[in-house]
Design a protein around this ligand. Structure first.
Ligand code: AMP
Length: 835
C-alpha cells in the first residue's frame, strides 16, 4: 500500500499538483499533500521550520525534524523518527484522512507514524505552530484551540521548549519526559532522561540509565526546592500543576523575542538552559543541572548534607556521625551517616529545625495540603516511622504538610531559607540544643545590661559592647555551621577547641596509603620527621608527614601548623588535607607536590638545568605572592619564620607552594613585631635581629625571602657558600659584587644554558639585596617586592646586608647569645637545613 503511495508521489511529482512547493513557506499539510526532502514547512511567524536533515557528521541517515528558523546555527528541537532514520532517501511526510502523520520511505514503506487514534469525520490538517509544536487538528477548529488530535509537544526529545509540559496526564497515562540524544550524530534516546516523579510530593528528577542522577527537589508553590535559580525571573515564568488529572511543570516565555531552550546533553551529562545571543550569533548557557558536585544525587549518603563551600563537601546532619568513619575520611560518603543516639520513639522526642536545605528525596513521603505546620508536627510525632516533616507550600504564610518516611537522602545547603525541614531527634540532642540556646539568651541579656550600664557611664560606649557581642556571635555562628558536620573523633579535642575544621584520617588508611610507611615511599625528611608519598583509596596522591616522637614538633607545633594552615587558602601555599592523631601517632596529610622541594633543583648542577630562567622567575614571583598573602592578604597576619628552599614545594607545573608552618606565628591586626626567647628557624636564612635579639616580624621573613631569592638566582647556598678569596657568605658575596659593579658574576657556574634575561636577573639580585639589608626598616615589604620585581621602576641602592660576614657566625652567635635555645629539640630544628 505504502509503495503505491510512493509510486503516486513519484508519478505526480512532475505535475507538482499535491507536493508542497519547494522553498515555499507553507505551515500546513493536508491529506494527499507531501513534504519531501528539500521542502520545509515554516511556522506562520517564521519562528520554526520543519524538514529533513542529517545530524552531525552522519550524512547517510535522514530524519524529519523541527528547528529554529531565525538561527543560522541549525538547532534541531524535535525529531519524528528518532530511532528509525531513513537510509534510502527519498522520504516524504504526509497525513492520511483520519489524521495520522505518515513518514514514508521508498523501500521501507512507513518509517514512522504519529500514534494518534484514527478519527473519522474530521478534516485533518497538520500545522507547524510558532511555538515549535507540530499539531494535527480538525481544520474546523482554530489553531489556538488546544484540542489537538495529535501534537509533537507530547513526544519530547532532548529539548524542552516554552509551552511543553514535563510530567504526566494521569487520565490518559501520557508521560511527558525528555531524553537526550545518544550522540550529536544520533538522535535516538541516550542515557539521560528528565521528568516528573509521581511521588506524593512530586519533584523533577534526572536519571542516567535508570539510576537517579539529579533532583530538582519538590515544587513548594514558588520554586523547586533544590533550584533557587529556578525562581520566577523576568525571562521565564514557571508553572506547576498537580491535580487528579495532570501533574506537570511548564515554562512560559515572558518576552517573546527571546529564543531559549532547555536541553539534555548526553556527552556532558547535564541539562542546560540556553539563550540565543543575537549580537554574537551564538547560544549561551544560562544555567546547567547538575550545577555542581553537590547536585550529584545522594553524594553524601543518608543524613549527609552537601555544602559546596566546605572542603570536603559532605557533612553529617547535627546529631549524626559517619556510618563508616574510615570511608568517610577518604571522601567515600556513600554509606552516609547514622544517629549518634538511637531514637526510642518515646517521651521527650521532638524535632530539630534545619534551614536552607534542598529537601530530601521525596520517594517515601506523605502529603496533605490542608494541614498546617502544627498539625503536621503532631502527626509526624505520633508516627514512629516519620523521620521529618515540613510545610509543603510556602506561598503566603505557608501551609500544607509533607512527612518523610525512611532515610533522608540527597540534601544540600542552598542559599534560600524559606522552607525549614524538621528532623526527628532523640531527647538528648534536643536538651543539648536547648542548653545552647539558653546560654545564648543569657549572654544576650548580659550584653544588653552591660551595654546599658556603660552607656549610662560613658555615652555611646554601649555600642562598642554590642559590636563586640555581634562579632563574637558571628564567629560562634561560623563554628556552629561547622559543627553540623561530624568529622570523626580522631583529631584531639584540643584541636577542635581551636576551631579545627580539617577532616581526620584514620591511621589504618594512612598506613595503607603509604605501604605501611615504606622506605620506598619516603620523599624526604624535615626537622619534624619523615615525609612519605601515599595514594588514597580514591586514587588521590598525598604527602604524609609523620611527626617523629622525638622531633621538635610536639603537639603544640602540630596544632599550630594545623590550625594556621587550615585557615589559609592560596595557590602558592601548600594545601593541608587533613590530620591523624591516634595514640602517639601524629600525622599531617598534604596535597602531593610532584616536583618535591626547590632545594632539589637549585643546588644541583644537573637538576638545575631543568630550571631555566623564566621558570626560576615564575617561582620567585610565586613565593613572593604566597608570602604577601601570609603577611597582608589573608585574614590573619602570619610570620612564617622558616622560609627556605626546602620549604618551597613545586607542583607538576613548577608552581611554588610555601610549606611547613610548624614555626609560624600569627599577629594581631596592629602588631608588627614580637619577641621570643626561643629562637628557632634555620641558620643562613635568619634575620640578624631575630637570631640575636629574638625579634621577629614580617621583615624577618623578608630577610629570609631575600636570601632565598639570591640562592635561586645564583644556584648557591647562603650558608656553606665558599669563595677562595674571602670569607663572605652568599649575601655578603652578592653585595660585594654589586658594590664593585659586577653583579652578574654571581651567576657564574649557574646552569642556565642560554636562558638568560639579564635585566630581570639584575633586578632580582637588586631586590634580593634590598631584602637582606641589616636594618629591618630598610627592607621593603612584600607588596613593594612584588611591585619592584614586576616593574621597571628605579630601585633604591641597597645598604650592607645583615649577617654577611662569615660562615662561623653560627657558632659565634650560639656561644654568645642568651636567646638561642639550647634545648636539644630546638637546636636540632635550628641547624637542620639541607637535605
Ligand atoms: P618538611 O618536613 O615539610 O620540610 O618536608 C620534608 C621534605 O619532604 C621536603 O623537602 C620535600 O622534599 C618532601 N615533601 C614535603 N611535603 C611534600 C609534599 N606535599 N609533596 C611532596 N613532597 C613533599
Amino acid at each position: 500500500m505504502m509503495n503505491i503511495l510512493f509510486l503516486l508521489l513519484v508519478i505526480m511529482e512532475p505535475l507538482c499538483l499535491f507536493v508542497i512547493k519547494r522553498g515555499s513557506a507553507a505551515d500546513t499539510i493536508r491529506p494527499s499533500q507531501f513534504l519531501r526532502e528539500g521542502d520545509t514547512l515554516v511556522s506562520n511567524g517564521g519562528k520554526f521550520e520543519m524538514g529533513f536533515f542529517s545530524p552531525g557528521k552522519s550524512s547517510s541517515n535522514v530524519y524529519l525534524g523541527i528547528w529554529f528558523k531565525p538561527i543560522p546555527v541549525r538547532t534541531v528541537v524535535w525529531v519524528a523518527n528518532r530511532d528509525k532514520p531513513i537510509q534510502n532517501p527519498p522520504g516524504a511526510l504526509t497525513i492520511n484522512g483520519s489524521g495520522s502523520l505518515l513518514l514514508l520511505c521508498q523501500n521501507h514503506g512507513v518509517v514512522w507514524s504519529s500514534s494518534s487514534p484514527e478519527q473519522d469525520g474530521v478534516n485533518p490538517v497538520a500545522q507547524l505552530l510558532d511555538t515549535g509544536n507540530l499539531v494535527v487538528r480538525d481544520e474546523r477548529n482554530s489553531e489556538s484551540n488546544s484540542s489537538y488530535l495529535w501534537q509533537s509537544f507530547d513526544y519530547i526529545g532532548d529539548t524542552f521548549l516554552p509551552g511543553m509540559k514535563l510530567g504526566a496526564d494521569l487520565k490518559t497515562g501520557q508521560v511527558w519526559r525528555m531524553s537526550s540524544w545518544k550522540s550529536p550524530d544520533d538522535p535516538s534516546p541516550g542515557d539521560l532522561s528528565y521528568g516528573m516523579e509521581p511521588t506524593s510530593y512530586a519533584e523533577a528528577l534526572m536519571r542516567k540509565d535508570s539510576a537517579k542522577f539529579f533532583r530538582s527537589g519538590p515544587w513548594n508553590g514558588v520554586r523547586f526546592s533544590g533550584g533557587p535559580e529556578l525562581r520566577p525571573n523576568p525571562l521565564i515564568g514557571f508553572q506547576f500543576v498537580a491535580n487528579s488529572e495532570e501533574l506537570y511543570s511548564t515554562d512560559q516565555l515572558k518576552n517573546e523575542s527571546v529564543i531559549t531552550m532547555y536541553r539534555l546533553n548526553d556527552t556532558t551529562g547535564t541539562g542546560d538552559r540556553y539563550i540565543w545571543f543575537e549580537a554574537e550569533q551564538t547560544w549561551k548557557t544560562y544555567l546547567s543541572n547538575p550545577t555542581d558536585n553537590c547536585d550529584t544525587y545522594g553524594l553524601c549518603g543518608a543524613y549527609g548534607i552537601c555544602v559546596i563551600s566546605e572542603s570536603p563537601v559532605c557533612q553529617c546532619v547535627k546529631g549524626f556521625v559517619p556510618k563508616s568513619p574510615r570511608k568517610w575520611s577518604t571522601m567515600d560518603w556513600s554509606e552516609g551517616c547514622a544517629r549518634s543516639q538511637a531514637l526510642k520513639c518515646g517521651e521527650g522526642e521532638g524535632f530539630a529545625k534545619f534551614n536552607g536545605l534542598k529537601l530530601p528525596d521525596t520517594a517515601h513521603t506523605w502529603l496533605d495540603n490542608s494541614m498546617n505546620l502544627e498539625e503536621c508536627r503532631a502527626k509526624c510525632l505520633a508516627n514512629c516511622s516519620c523521620v521529618a516533616y515540613a510545610n509543603s507550600d510556602i506561598r503566603g504564610s505557608g501551609g500544607g504538610c509533607v512527612m518523610w518516611f525512611g532515610d533522608l537522602v540527597d540534601m544540600r545547603q542552598t542559599s534560600i531559607d524559606d522552607q525549614p525541614l524538621y528532623i526527628r531527634m532523640p531527647i538528648s540532642e534536643l536538651v543539648a540544643e536547648e542548653k545552647h540556646s539558653q546560654r545564648k539568651k543569657v549572654v544576650l541579656v548580659c550584653v544588653v545590661v552591660v551595654a546599658a550600664i556603660t552607656w549610662a557611664l560613658i555615652p555611646y560606649s554601649g555600642v562598642v559592647v554590642i559590636g563586640f557581642y555581634l562579632h563574637l556571635r558571628k564567629s560562634n555562628k561560623n563554628s556552629e555551621g561547622n559543627a553540623r558536620g561530624n568529622l570523626g573523633n580522631d583529631c584531639t579535642n584540643e584541636m577542635q577547641e581551636r576551631d579545627m575544621e580539617l577532616p581526620s584520617f584514620d591511621s589504618e588508611s594512612i598506613a595503607y596509603a603509604t605501604d605501611n610507611f615504606s622506605i620506598h615511599k619516603k620523599l624526604g625528611e624535615g626537622g619534624f620527621g619523615p615525609v612519605y608519598k601515599g595514594t588514597l583509596l580514591d586514587g588521590r596522591e598525598i604527602a604524609v608527614k609523620r611527626l617523629s616522637l622525638c622531633s621538635g614538633q610536639g603537639l603544640n607545633e602540630l596544632k599550630n601548623e594545623v590550625t594556621l594552615i587550615a585557615k589559609l587558602q592560596h595557590r602558592n601555599l601548600v594545601k593541608l588535607l587533613g590530620c591523624c592523631v591516634e595514640g602517639d601517632e601524629r600525622i599531617l596529610i598534604y596535597e602531593y607536590m610532584h616536583n618535591k622541594s626547590l632545594d632539589f633543583f637549585i643546588f644541583d648542577q644537573t637538576k638545575g638545568q631543568l630550571l631555566e630562567w623564566s621558570k626560576r622567575f615564575h617561582i620567585i614571583l610565586g613565593i613572593s605572592r604566597g608570602l604577601l598573602y601570609l603577611h597582608q592578604d589573608s585574614r590573619l597576619r602570619i610570620i612564617h619564620r622558616d622560609l627556605k628552599a626546602s620549604n618551597v614545594l613545586l607542583d607538576n607545573e613548577m608552581n611554588a607552594k610555601i610549606s611547613d608552618f610548624g614555626l609560624a606565628r600569627c599577629f594581631g591586626n596592629n602588631q608588627t613585631v614580637a619577641n621570643t626567647t626561643r629562637v628557632i628557624g634555620t641558620y643562613g636564612y635568619m634575620a640578624p635581629e631575630y637570631a640575636v635579639d629574638g625579634l621577629f616580624s614580617i621583615k624577618s621573613d623578608v630577610f629570609s625571602f631575600g636570601v632565598l631569592l639570591l640562592e635561586i638566582v645564583s644556584g648557591k647556598k647562603n650558608r656553606g657558600f665558599y669563595h677562595p678569596s674571602h670569607n663572605l657568605n652568599l649575601t655578603g658575596h652578592a653585595w660585594r659584587l654589586w658594590e664593585e659593579g659586577r653583579p652578574m658574576e654571581l651567576i657564574i657556574d649557574t646552569p642556565y644554558g642560554d636562558s638568560y634575561y639579564v635585566p630581570q636577573m639584575l633586578r632580582c639580585i637588586h631586590v634580593g639585596l634590598l631584602c637582606v639589608q641589616q636594618q629591618p626598616d630598610d627592607r621593603p615589604n612584600m607588596s613593594s617586592v612584588i611591585l619592584m620585581l614586576s616593574s621597571e621602576s628605579t630601585l633604591p641602592r641597597p645598604k650592607r646586608p645583615g649577617f654577611f660576614v662569615d660562615r662561623n657566625l653560627v657558632e659565634e652567635v650560639n656561644s654568645s647569645n642568651k636567646f638561642i635555645s639550647n634545648s636539644t629539640n630546638e637546636i636540632t630544628i635550628t641547624v637542620l637545613e639541607a637535605r
